[in-house]
Ligand binder design. Structure first.
Ligand code: SAH
Length: 204
């Protein structure tokens, strides 16, 4: 096995990502949830993302198992774009953790003293953490020259977003009522959008 610059860039960004997650996980250890929508299906989604972001890349980089899926990149420009996207994704992942603070959880939960966060990176997007997963996943696809491990995270994150978003938003509507509905009206899901509160027409 030989690690090229793209693979090393991917590994460094992934270490930063895991370091950020570990830091916030330790900070919130022992926090109490008052509502939990954690289900086998939701935990399976988390497992799918871990497989796409970590397990398959490690198999591709450190074992011969995926050697048949390797390809030679056409131009180094794509790797540069991948590095920039990964860096942007790691930054957004850190900011969304920092801004969500004590309200974060791996699965779908409402914490005791949960507050609706609509500031920082949550001002224009409702799901900046999932947006950061998309940025890192596209970066991964460009940095890992492997037809299986490269796009694996993008596929997993798309499934997570499509399957989880409606349940997460329904849970937050139950918890915060009109405050969350208004927030939904004035923000984008993973693409930034800002509409003046009160002016936003429901159902548009
Ligand atoms: N979907 C968000 C958060 C992911 S973490 C993102 O992509 O950034 C999942 C937890 O965050 C959920 O259990 C939910 O309780 C909480 N959450 C999501 N959006 C929130 C918000 N705007 N304010 C407070 N908590 C929120």
């Amino acid at each position: 096995m030989q690690l090229d610059t793209s693979s090393v860039t991917f590994l460094l960004a992934t270490c930063a990502y895991l370091g950020i997650r570990g830091h916030f996980k330790r900070k919130l250890a022992g926090a109490t949830a008052t509502v939990s929508r954690s289900s086998p299906a939701d935990r399976a989604l988390v497992g799918l993302v871990v497989a796409g972001q970590i397990v398959l890349p490690l198999l591709a980089l450190f074992t011969p198992w995926l050697d048949g899926a390797r390809y030679t990149p056409m131009t180094p420009v794509l790797a540069w774009a991948g590095a920039l996207l990964m860096a942007a994704g790691v930054w957004l992942f850190w900011r969304s953790h920092a801004d969500l603070g004590d309200n974060w959880s791996v699965t779908l939960e409402v914490r005791r003293d949960h507050v609706l966060v609509d500031s920082g990176v949550y001002r224009t997007i409702r799901h900046p953490m999932y947006a950061s997963f998309f940025l890192m996943a596209i970066g991964q696809a460009l940095l890992l020259h492997d037809w299986v491990a490269g796009p694996a995270a993008l596929l997993a994150v798309t499934v997570l977003y499509v399957a989880r978003k409606p349940h997460e938003e329904a849970m937050l509507v139950e918890q915060f009522g009109d405050a969350y509905r208004t927030y939904m009206d004035s923000t984008g899901g993973i693409v930034p959008r800002r509409r003046a509160r009160g002016v936003a027409a429901r159902g548009n």
